[in-house]
Design a protein around this ligand. Structure first.
Ligand SMILES: C[S@@+](CC[C@H](N)C(=O)[O-])C[C@H]1O[C@@H](n2cnc3c(N)ncnc32)[C@H](O)[C@@H]1O
Length: 346
């Protein structure tokens, strides 16, 4: 277990007064559930796991408005990757902390923890103490005080905004989502080649799954009025953005919170997927395997799954135990498109 996780676990265990633990995907947990702690997190898989272990946990896009002012003695937060999310949560801490309370920020130097600590102290208006846990890891304590100031850098995190566009439309999104303000070049490559990959024109008819949908780019470009569309993701902000973009485009679809589609029932005629390979600050090759297994489970016997991945990911090898028909359809030097058919259902 890394130093930050060790420190976080010790604090979760020791918490006695009302404590809020803000969590995204960066956790290694060893501590038993503590009834003093309320957990709020934006990753469905993390919250589902914590609930199963007995934690009082809530999934959402860090909507904290129903907590009362000054409700918590302590707020624990291992900082997220996206700056506006961190600044927004620091601002929320200012309202939620009791006068004698404490915001505890944990993070590495490269993640900007020391800057966050400084800015949190000027936002909360109290004192800050920083504790070095190891070479790069820090734990900062910030208390509320009389000199509370603005926290302007949250960029209105709660709101969706027009984030990027192409020839067809504007995509609404927000910081914290995968590639939130750009069309992913791999996904654009998949859409460009999709008609020839499937042997049918767009929009698609039939049952389609967008696996790891993000803000819905693949669905928005492949689906139409005759598509029975399901989109799934584990990120609360992605689910919000996806629902909004589908609605803007006049598309009907189910948008399902799940961990690698574990709550989704098939079968589907077409599955589209640009699988994740990052989990928080770490690379997680296992995620690709889990997405492939989900695709095999959910694909109709006569269906087709179309994946786009970075060129270096050995998708064909990983897919070999799961599909009888695996074809490298295209490779543009950066991304490859792989067509999977005839799933091997156990
Ligand atoms: C590479 S992005 C692709 C997004 C979108 N389909 C696109 O083409 O722009 C991968 C997506 O998988 C989601 N994801 C990551 N881990 C997941 C998990 N365990 N379960 C479900 N979705 C996950 C991420 O939130 C992200 O939206």
């Amino acid at each position: 277990m890394d130093l930050l996780s060790g420190e976080l676990n010790a604090r979760l265990k020791a918490a006695s007064g009302p404590t809020l633990w803000l969590v995204d995907e960066n956790i290694q947990l060893s501590s038993a559930p503590n009834a003093a702690v309320t957990v709020v997190g934006n990753r469905f898989d993390v919250i589902e796991r914590l609930e199963q272990q007995g934690w009082q946990a809530r999934f959402g896009d860090f909507e904290l408005s129903d907590f009362a002012n000054e409700q918590f003695d302590c707020i624990l937060y291992r900082v997220s990757k996206e700056k506006p999310v961190v600044h927004y949560l620091i601002q929320e801490a200012r309202r939620l902390l009791a006068p004698q309370g404490c915001l505890v920020l944990l993070g590495d130097k490269g993640e900007g923890i020391r800057t966050y600590a400084r800015k949190a102290a000027s936002c909360l208006g109290g004192e800050r103490q920083e504790q070095k846990l190891g070479k790069d890891s820090w734990c900062a304590h910030i208390t509320p005080g009389p000199r509370a100031g603005d926290c302007p850098e949250h960029q209105n995190y709660p709101e969706l905004r027009p984030a990027c566009e192409d020839d067809t439309r504007v995509y609404w999104s927000k910081p914290g989502l995968f590639g939130w303000n750009k069309v992913d070049r791999g996904s654009a490559f998949l859409i460009e080649r999709l008609p020839e990959m499937l042997g049918q024109s767009l929009p698609l008819a039939g049952r389609m799954l967008d696996l790891g949908a993000g803000f819905g780019y693949l669905s928005l470009n492949a689906a139409g009025p005759d598509t029975r569309l399901t989109c799934t993701d584990n990120n609360a902000a992605a689910l919000l953005a996806c629902r909004f973009n589908l609605q803007q485009a006049g598309l009907e679809g189910r948008v399902v919170a799940a961990d690698a589609a574990d709550r989704v029932e098939g079968p589907f005629d077409v599955i589209l997927c640009n699988p994740p390979f990052h989990s928080g600050f770490a690379v997680d090759g296992d995620l690709t395997d889990r997405f492939l297994s989900a695709a095999a489970r959910l694909l109709d016997r006569n269906g087709t799954a179309c994946f786009v991945v970075n060129q270096h990911i050995p998708l064909e090898r990983k897919a070999a135990p799961l599909f009888k028909d695996i074809q490298l359809h295209a490779d543009n030097g950066h991304f490859k498109l792989v067509r999977l058919r005839q799933p091997i259902h156990p």
